[in-house]
Design a protein around this ligand. Structure first.
Ligand code: MEV
Length: 438
């Protein structure tokens, strides 16, 4: 049985690999080779990646692709996408082209407010706490002046701080609920630094406050942390066109397609089982751009799914209306993104993405990401309500199957030719490949 290891983080990269491969693998040499062949020959670049996280052994590649021809508010973009799933990029590109020919995507920033909270316990009279809070409120701003002055120069900073009484849910539990504008940075460090200062100010001032009893003076800070739920940092992406322009295929009637598409969206609005998959399709677009631009996709995911549940039931992020012969399809999503700070100036491919997107502000990036999400959702629903998803999906997946079975270049050509007009399935591909090999 494998022993636990002491001081693993102190080992060199090679020592870590040796320990892992010797302890867990039947063929340690082969296992080691699986890791080392992904090392970058440029030592500086490798070191940069090694130091992003801890206990790094190697690099884990994701394909980096682009979806061209996105017209967003009249401006043309080629959008970078980092994702492993076949057919997502093709679907985004196809939807971008389709809507590009129909006026493109219209996007609007609904608002850009971020949130952070100091969670604390106060054992005493809540009216006294309110009076105390109102008296010292300006001190929170004053004590964070040094932290906020640069952000203020860029037009951001702390917007407001409120005291919230949560004692009906947990005895003695209160919050400082603060709102921020962090301009082009995602703002996690800025917000958390401000919050930790608020906590210190709260503790000190409560301790010095004459109006409190000894027990009340003893405010207990539980934690200070930003919230990844940002329902007031929202962007809308929208597409619309006359119904008759909706179908590109003479076998599909535009009106019928519009109605079927709208029903599919309505189903996702009321049926959580469908809504989760519907929104997953949106996230295929959103996450891929969020990753390619070095943003925190876990924060984005958590925030978006919370937003999708804001009515109390998980529901579709996108909506549709058909009015006066016009089909309108839109998406509202909360997105806390940054185009400065974090990985944006460190990761060479993130820098590349930013330049490819013509150095967007955080607000512009929110709009690009939302458009990618809507494009993806449109493409998925169009396939689902017409040909079915598997036709396109399996065509794209064909190459994965061929690579899995180590097909040669000639075999690939033959198989691709054969499946040009035949529905792809995993077993049919294997059967055909075996037939050629025989
Ligand atoms: C697959 O990654 C995404 C879809 O399932 C989305 C959807 O069902 O809307 C096709």
């Amino acid at each position: 049985m494998t022993q636990n290891v002491k001081g693993f983080s102190k080992l060199s990269k090679e020592e870590k690999i040796n320990w892992i491969t010797n302890n867990y693998f039947i063929n340690p040499l082969e296992a080691k080779e699986s890791l080392t062949k992904y090392w970058n020959s440029d030592e500086n670049l490798q070191k940069l990646h090694d130091e992003f996280i801890e206990n790094t052994l190697t690099n884990f590649y994701l394909p980096y692709a682009v979806a061209p021809n996105f017209i967003i508010n009249g401006k043309s973009y080629t959008i970078p996408m980092a994702i492993e799933e076949s057919s997502v990029v093709a679907a985004a590109s196809k939807a971008a082209k389709f809507w590009g020919e129909r006026g493109g995507f219209k996007t609007t920033i609904i608002n850009t407010e971020k949130i952070g909270q100091v969670h604390f316990l106060f054992n005493g009279d809540s009216e006294k706490l309110t009076a105390f809070f109102n008296q010292i409120k300006s001190q929170f701003f004053f004590d964070t002046n040094e932290i906020t002055k640069n952000m203020q120069k860029r037009g951001g900073g702390i917007l407001d701080i409120q005291l919230r009484d949560k004692t009906s849910e947990i005895p003695n539990y209160f919050q400082l609920h603060a709102t921020f504008n962090t301009k082009d940075s995602m703002g996690a460090n800025f917000i958390n630094t401000c919050l930790e200062q608020f906590a210190k100010t709260l503790e000190t001032k409560a301790n010095d406050y004459d109006g409190f009893s000894p027990e009340e003076k003893n405010v207990q800070i539980i934690m200070s942390i930003l919230s990844n739920y940002v329902p007031n940092c929202v962007v809308r992406a929208e597409v619309s066109c006359p119904i008759e322009q909706l179908s590109e295929d003479k076998n599909i009637d535009s009106n019928e397609f519009a109605q079927k598409f709208a029903t599919a969206v309505k189903i996702a609005e009321i049926e959580p089982y469908r809504a989760v998959t519907h929104n997953k399709g949106i996230m295929n677009g959103i996450d891929a751009v969020v990753l390619a631009t070095g943003n925190d996709f876990r924060a984005v995911e958590a925030g978006i799914h919370a937003y999708a549940s804001k009515s109390g039931q998980y529901s579709s992020l996108s909506h549709v209306k058909i009015e006066n012969g016009i089909f309108t399809f839109w998406l509202d999503v909360p997105l806390a993104l940054g185009t400065v700070g974090g990985l944006t100036s460190l990761h060479p491919l993130v820098k590349f993405s930013m330049e490819l997107l013509q150095k967007p502000s955080a607000e512009e990036l929110m709009q690009i990401v939302a458009a990618a999400g809507l494009a993806q959702n449109f493409a998925a629903l169009r396939s689902l309500t017409t040909t079915g998803i598997q036709q396109g999906h399996m065509k794209m997946h064909l190459m994965n199957i061929l690579n899995q079975y180590q097909a040669t270049k000639e075999e690939k050509q033959k198989v691709l030719e054969y499946f040009k007009d035949t529905t792809v399935s995993h077993s049919l591909v294997i059967d055909y490949l075996e037939k050629i090999r025989r």
